[in-house]
Design a protein around this ligand. Structure first.
Ligand code: GMT
Length: 385
């Protein structure tokens, strides 16, 4: 084993991809003997059990009548500084640029020793929030001031360079999945809670934000030739859900669409599905389809962004133009009608995940990066307080 490190990981605690990746990374690093300190506003979702070497530090914001909003970014910087001081951290690894990278840079400046900051860009921190005029300059500053920057796909790396006109070195390290946890194997008893044995389950899971374009799936479903042989299952919670319930009633397809709400146990739900669908306007990576592929479920995914690096059309599913309704209807009908095609695509997808996105291989790359920063740091002059 390489030298154990003490790492402060900052992430959003909610059920979003960036928080999931940060948490799974921390768990695996702790398993490898590193000491991991999660610093967040709440216990990270997916951190369901504690393992040796894992610690959680909650950020507390103090409110005051003068504040319109309590300044979380500052409270986070202070907590990071405290954790670095009391636990002698070697580095900070922050997930999602805003505001985590800004807090990390402040915390690094407050520390008497030099603690490298690794910023991992996940997607909307660049493509939606980071490019907003209110955050553009600070996001660029944070990217350029980080000691190392990673992005979850080559597409996100080049979008970052384009949007921020920066030539900062950005290393692509893709997302990963625990292929033992996310594996094929359908629990028929559980499946019967959603569909009859001869019905096909089409599944979508997301945070139902506009970028996911989940309402489009209702249009696809409504036009399927094989609609009466299938059930559309929608897992997750978010801003577009209420209007989708209304659309379902308008379309008269209530008996074929199941809304599950927020769903924690994705590794049990995904293997029940026959097809997994994500028609987003863009995805920097697409962690949910990766987890579906790992479960041997064929996916239909947007062809805008990182999914082009995760999937090859015909090997695990299809990449589709998110605006092309007919293409989605045809691709979906084809899979609904053909069980063998679903099985072949599912197997090909699982093999691709095992080859390229298995947790062990990807976490090795983070470990190499962290150790390279330690080497650079050991050669840096002492910072005088
Ligand atoms: O925007 C979201 O849907 C959530 C966001 C997150 O950070 O929680 O997801 C982004 O990061 C994921 C993990 O790296 C990626 O798999 C998603 O593709 C990405 N979302 C988008 O780019 C829309």
């Amino acid at each position: 084993m390489s030298d154990p490190l003490r790492i402060g990981i900052v992430c959003y605690p909610k059920a979003g991809g960036s928080g999931i990746v940060a948490t799974e990374l921390g768990i695996e690093l702790a398993r490898r003997g590193h000491e991991i300190h999660f610093i967040s506003s709440a216990r990270p979702y997916r951190l369901s059990e504690m393992h040796e070497g894992l610690h959680v530090h909650l950020v507390e914001t103090a409110d005051y009548p003068l504040f319109d909003y309590p300044p979380y970014t500052l409270a986070l910087a202070v907590k990071m500084h405290q954790v670095a001081h009391f636990h002698n951290l070697d580095l900070f690894h922050v997930h999602y640029a805003i505001p985590h990278a800004a807090s990390a840079i402040l915390a690094r400046d407050m520390c008497k020793r030099c603690i490298p900051v690794v910023t991992t860009l996940h997607g909307t921190d660049i493509t939606l929030v980071g490019k907003h005029p209110s955050y553009h300059r600070i996001t660029r500053y944070c990217i350029e001031s980080s000691d190392a920057v990673t992005a979850v796909s080559d597409w996100l790396t080049s979008e970052t360079r384009r949007i921020f006109e920066t030539d900062k070195s950005i290393q692509t390290i893709p997302n990963f999945v625990d292929t033992e946890c996310f594996r094929p194997g359908c629990d028929m008893e559980m499946r019967r809670r959603f569909a009859k044995d001869d019905e096909v389950i089409l599944l979508h899971a997301s945070n139902f934000r506009p970028v996911k374009r989940a309402p489009f799936l209702l249009e696809v479903f409504n036009q399927l030739k094989n609609r009466d042989k299938s059930v559309l299952v929608l897992a997750g919670d978010g801003p577009e859900l209420a209007s989708m319930e209304h659309m379902v009633r308008e379309m008269g397809i209530e008996d074929r669409v199941r809304f599950l709400g927020a769903w924690d146990d994705m590794e049990s739900l995904l293997p029940l599905a026959d097809v997994f669908m994500v028609p987003s306007a863009h995805e920097s990576f697409g962690l949910a389809p990766l987890e579906a592929m790992s479960c041997g479920v064929p996916v239909l995914v947007t062809n805008v962004g990182g999914p082009n690096e995760v999937l090859i059309s015909g090997e695990g599913g299809e990449l589709l133009d998110p605006e092309d309704l007919q293409a989605w209807v045809v691709a979906c009908d084809r899979l609904v009608a053909d069980k063998k095609l679903r099985r072949d695509q599912g197997e090909a997808g699982r093999n691709r995940v095992l080859e390229l996105f298995a947790r062990e291989k990807v976490v090795d790359r983070y470990e190499v990066l962290f150790h390279s920063l330690m080497e650079v740091n050991s050669k840096a002059p002492e910072v005088v307080p």
